[in-house]
Every structure is written in C-alpha cells, then in structure tokens.
Write a protein that binds this ligand. Structure first.
Ligand code: ADP
Ligand code: MG
Length: 351
C-alpha cells in the first residue's frame, strides 16, 4: 500500500513525444482509472510507473520515493496485462507462486500464500491445471492472483478485461473492485472503456493525445466535463454538441432556435447536451427530424437531424418510444442546468 505520484512526467520515443507532462498524486488505497482512446498513451504511462519504460522527463514516486532509476522488480508493484501473460507450461500454482520464488521466498511460504490467495479468488480447484485448460475468466483470475500474492504497494492493470465477453467483463469488474477494496491496495487501471472508468474509479484520469484532459470522480467528470473531449468520451451515447452563438444568457443555434444558458459568455461556443438530458416535448424550442430509433428495452435512442442543418442529434428516451416514424418532426427541450458550453477553438469548458 502506498501513494503514487507522477510529477511532470513526459515520454519520448526518439523524437516522437507521446506523453506531454502528466501530474497526479494518487492516494494510498485509491483506485485510479486512466481512460482514453487507443493510442493516447495510457499503456506508456502505466509502463513508466511499472519500470518497463524509462521516464524521459519528470519523476515517478511510489510511497514518497523516487523510483525512476529502479528496476521493475524493485518497485513493489504488480502488473496485470490484457493477454494475462501466464507461463503456458506451468500449472496455476506455479504461475501464481513464480514471482515469490524469484523474490527468494521459501517453498512452504509460497505454498501457504498461493493457497490463501487461490481461496480468495475461488481458484482452489484449479491449482494443478495449465493455463490452456482454463477459460478466459479463470486465466484472468490467475493473473490477478499472481499479482495479489506479492502483496505489492500498487496494482497496475492494463486493459485486463478487454479479452473477455461482455457479461464476464461486468462480473470481473465488480470482483476486481471488491477485491481491491478488501485488500486496500492502491490501483492504477488502464482502459479505453468509459463504462469501466465510470463504474470502477474513485477518480479517473481522462487522457487525450498524451495529455491529461481531466482528473476527477466519475460523477464530477460526467456532470462538469472540463473539455469537449472529456464531455464526449465519458457518457454513452456521446454528448451532442452544436455550434451556437451566445449572448445575454441565450444560445442561438443555426436556423434561429434559442435556448437559455446559464452563462455570461458572449460569442461563438459549442453547446453540449447529453442524450439523456434532452426530452421530446411539444413545447420545446428545438426541432428534430427523426432518422431512426434504437429500442434498447430500458431506453430508446432516437437519432435525427436538428433543424436547419445544425447537426445530428441523439435523444435517449426512457422505456419504449412509439412516436419515432422515420421523417417525422418532434420538438425537444433541455433544462438549462444540463447544458454545457465549450470554447470552439480550445475545447475548454466555458464558465
Ligand atoms: P494506449 O495504451 O493509450 O493505446 P500507448 O501508450 O500504447 O497508447 O501508445 C501511445 C503512443 O506511443 C502511440 O502513438 C504509440 O504508437 C506510441 N508508442 C508506444 N510504444 C512505442 C515504442 N516503443 N516506440 C515508438 N512509439 C511507441
Ligand atoms: Mg494500451
């Protein structure tokens, strides 16, 4: 258990800079999710904490101590990879105990620890199997077990659930979070999946092209995204964004529709509103021509064109929606406190 700090961390591969200065202080026992699209630098950042990549600039501290120059073995962290990285010729028992053997533990101590952790992970019956005799979920659990036996200061997870089917992913994310709470171990968890970030994180780090866009609790990021990128990456379906002109607390959209905004800003802006915050409402100020609907059971996603070519819009309606004939016009409203404004050039949130 330990704090993890990144101070002005940058990474260059030759001339190519891929991490542009990351600063974050992670509390002891905190579960931090690093989330962003493929290629934004999540794995690189995690691998710098693990010691698998050198740090080009800045400092990584674990438990308050600089670890930049330390070998991975000497950082007291344990990493869990997407492809599990189990030794195929070793049994579950040997896979789980291998790190302890390398660290010089006595045979009896290794056996006791592996047995204890196997029980925690419900792997007791599988200890003598080889990885190929296990399901994907079981392999993932063995990889977790191998990390847990070492009682590291921090767990580092790199997309550990990406190879599992959707149902198992839901189960495993609950399991991982419950285990981490029980053990109290600091965790850095990398994913491109915003649902994993929302459901697992104490705080998430939203990354965009090697930069941190926002660090905050899932609900803080959802409710007050600090950039248009964070706004559209977190939340599903993505936030709708329209060009607008803001003046005297009113936003005017192409075609002349006007909605009230809670801002003293004057000038061009991007107006954002989440699909679940738009309502089909005959008195609403906006109008949409319906293109198609997707019934998901609990909700229906109604997609269409906002008037006067203002753009595509998605509305999430609770339950079934029967008024969605293709080509029909409906009116939309949104509450002022659910509207977001962003700078059209920088993408930053406008107060
Ligand atoms: P993510 O995990 O978010 O998908 P990565 O951290 O793997 O992203 O990669 C970030 C960027 O760094 C990408 O543009 C990738 O091509 C580049 N990159 C990663 N590793 C290397 C490497 N060893 N050499 C050169 N470029 C790399
Ligand atoms: Mg990656």
């Amino acid at each position: 258990m330990a704090t993890v700090e990144l101070i002005g961390v940058r990474k260059r591969f030759g001339k190519l800079q891929v991490i542009h200065g990351v600063d974050v202080a992670i509390d002891d026992g905190e579960f931090i999710v690093i989330v962003g699209p493929s290629g934004c630098g999540k794995s690189t950042l995690l691998r710098m904490v693990a010691g698998l990549e050198s740090v080009s600039e800045g400092e990584v501290r674990i438990g308050g101590e600089r670890v930049n120059e330390r070998e991975p073995m000497d950082r007291d962290v344990a990493m869990v990879f997407q492809n599990y990285a189990l030794y195929p010729h070793m049994s579950v028992r040997r896979n789980m105990g291998y790190g302890l053997k390398i660290a010089g533990w006595a045979r009896a101590d290794i056996d006791a620890k592996v047995t204890e952790v196997a029980r925690l992970l419900q792997l007791g019956q599988l200890l003598d199997r080889k990885p190929r005799e296990l399901s994907g979920g079981q392999r993932q659990r063995v990889a977790m077990g191998r990390a847990i036996v070492r009682q590291p200061a921090a767990f580092l997870f790199d997309e550990p659930l990406s190879n599992l089917d959707a149902k198992l992913r839901v189960q495993m994310r609950l399991e991982i979070r419950a285990l981490q709470r029980k053990l109290g171990t600091t965790a850095l968890y990398v994913t491109h999946d915003q649902v994993e970030a929302m459901t697992m994180a104490d705080r998430m780090i939203v990354m965009n092209e090697g930069r941190v866009d926002q660090i905050g609790s899932p609900l803080a990021v959802y409710e007050r995204p600090s950039t248009m990128f964070a706004a559209q990456f977190i939340g599903s379906p993505a936030m709708n964004v329209f060009e607008a002109r803001i003046e005297s607390g009113m936003a005017t959209l192409p075609g002349g529709a006007r909605v009230r905004v809670d801002s003293a800003h004057v000038g061009e802006a991007c107006l954002g509103v989440r699909p679940e915050h738009l309502a089909i409402d005959s008195d609403g100020p906006l109008s949409m021509s319906i293109r198609q609907s997707e019934a998901l059971g609990a909700t229906t996603l109604v997609h269409g064109d906002l008037m006067a070519g203002a753009g595509l819009v998605t509305v999430s309606v609770a339950g079934a929606y029967h008024g969605g004939a293709v080509g029909s016009e409906v009116r939309l409203s949104a509450q002022t406190h659910h509207l977001h404004l962003f700078d059209p050039v920088t993408g930053s949130r406008i107060a």
